[in-house]
Design a protein around this ligand. Structure first.
Ligand SMILES: O=P(O)(O)OC[C@H]1O[C@@H](O)[C@H](O)[C@@H](O)[C@@H]1O
Length: 242
């Protein structure tokens, strides 16, 4: 390892957003719980758990999260279409409902950052290493703006960009590969920072030079099993190791 805990040859850093840079993974999880629990009650099933979130939803595009979690409980709603009302019990309607609840929670609580991550981002960016945010969230631009970290990010590949460009979401590597392409580096020259199992798997599948798992609580083994090269609790640990 050389500078910033990065192996020699790493020339760009690709950061997930929710749960890596901003404390918003828990806000997403709470909004998902708000939307899934009433459906589960109607189906006579136990409530949505943190493990359900980590296994089936975390890191994935919104509609994939709806489909994958409900399928795991044997529930297969109709797809519907992207314009479906938030009241509809289709995949698209449930996804819209989750977004309404997420935006309400974000408005009420604001967006907090992880200070260690912002310190790391600032040092890396300040040293001339290009940076990107790669998030499945269609709210990526707003969350970055609310966090006040726009000036530290050179490229953003979020859920809106992925939809527009027809990129498959995590755990497919496509959004990370697009970010590397935009920064002008090969995957082997880029490091991926992820807190979600699906995101770590995407980094591994893309052949990136380093996949850093960020464990925000009890996920270290699962992140390693998904393909993380190293696991840290906080990105500031990588500054200490330099
Ligand atoms: O609903 P959004 O804002 O488009 O976000 C989609 C997904 O984005 C990811 O960043 C989160 O880890 C998931 O929890 C979330 O569901």
């Amino acid at each position: 390892m050389s500078r910033f805990g990065l192996p020699d040859g790493i020339q760009a850093c690709l950061f997930d957003l929710d749960g890596v840079l901003t404390r918003t993974a828990s806000v997403h999880r709470a909004a998902w719980r708000d939307v899934f629990d009433p459906l589960l009650v109607s189906a006579g099933q136990p409530p949505f758990t943190d493990e359900d979130y980590a296994r089936f939803v975390d890191g994935k595009p919104r509609r994939d999260g709806v489909r994958d979690f409900l399928a795991a409980r044997g529930i297969t709603p109709a797809e519907g279409s992207p314009g479906d009302s938030p009241d509809a019990d289709t995949v698209s309607g449930i996804a819209s409902r989750k977004n309404v609840l997420l935006l309400k929670r974000l408005e009420e609580h604001g967006v907090q950052v992880f200070p260690g991550s912002v310190a790391y981002l600032r040092v890396v960016h300040g040293s001339g290493i290009p940076t990107a945010v790669v998030t499945s969230s269609a709210n990526g631009a707003e969350v970055i703006r609310a966090a006040g970290i726009e000036h530290l990010i050179d490229q953003r590949v979020d859920g809106v960009v992925a939809d527009r460009e027809g990129l498959s979401g995590k755990p497919a590597p496509d959004t990370f590969l697009e970010a590397a392409r935009r920064l002008g580096v090969e995957p082997a020259e880029a490091a991926v920072f992820e807190d979600a199992r699906a995101g770590v798997a995407a980094g591994r599948a893309g052949g990136f030079g380093l996949v850093v798992g960020v464990d925000r609580g009890g996920q270290a083994d699962a992140l390693r099993e998904s393909g993380a090269d190293v696991v840290v609790d906080d990105l500031s640990q990588l500054l200490d190791s330099s």
